[in-house]
Design a protein around this ligand. Structure first.
Ligand code: S3P
Length: 203
């Protein structure tokens, strides 16, 4: 199967690389666009803008889980366990495979395993929003209270080291290193639209 890649070098955005065609064995569908990446990578900021540009609805999978659970993610972690949250998250991900015309922002742990990533790659276009460890730590500090998993720099480093190789399997790796979200959203829309276009023209 043909597999093309192109690289957009456009400082200060760093490298945005796109696997334009499905990886072997993947039936790439664009009716579901998954935004993955670490806490603070910009999923909830860029997701609604991307959804609007595509005429899709935006869903934050953490909000969906909270709605179904009737309590916040912090409460699930505290009253039940992280393990329970991970089960709910895995169920929510499977439920999302039935949704169409949606941009779906995933919690940072939703595609942290090879298995979950593999399934998402088969069910939609997966976009990894990359930001460096330093940038993520800076972004996370102000909102740390809402993030039960953010306990400090060392923990970000450990989680990122474990997750990054899996995140990088995404169809599109998009840098949000710069903090200008307006420019970021324009570039993200262009990258996703380009992927949609090239998929349409696949033989
Ligand atoms: C988590 C990220 C959070 C949320 C939960 C666990 C993680 O979502 O799902 O606190 O494991 O990285 P965001 O990435 O949207 O902050």
């Amino acid at each position: 199967m043909r597999r093309s890649q192109y690289y957009v070098h456009n400082p200060p955005w760093g490298v945005c690389h796109v696997h334009n065609t499905p990886r072997s064995g993947h039936m790439l569908t664009h009716s579901r666009i998954y935004l993955t990446g670490f806490m603070g990578s910009g999923k909830s900021t860029l997701g609604p803008v991307l959804a609007e540009a595509l005429g899709y609805a935006f869903v934050d999978l953490d909000d969906y889980i909270e709605e179904r659970a009737g309590c916040t993610i912090r409460e699930i972690f505290e009253r039940q366990s992280e393990q329970k949250f991970r089960e709910m998250e895995a169920e929510a991900l499977v439920a999302s495979f039935e949704w169409t015309d949606k941009v779906i922002a995933l919690g940072g742990g939703a595609l942290a395993t090879e298995d979950a990533m593999e399934r998402a790659l088969q069910k939609g276009l997966v976009v990894y929003l990359y930001a460096s460890e330093k940038t993520l730590i800076t972004r996370l500090k102000p909102g740390a209270m809402n993030r039960p998993l953010f306990t400090g720099k060392d923990q970000v480093k450990a989680l990122l080291t474990a997750r990054e190789p899996v995140y990088r399997r995404a169809h599109i790796v998009f840098s949000t290193e710069d903090n200008d979200s307006i420019q970021a959203s324009k570039r993200l829309i262009a990258a996703v639209e380009s992927s949609i276009q090239s998929h349409r023209h696949e033989p």
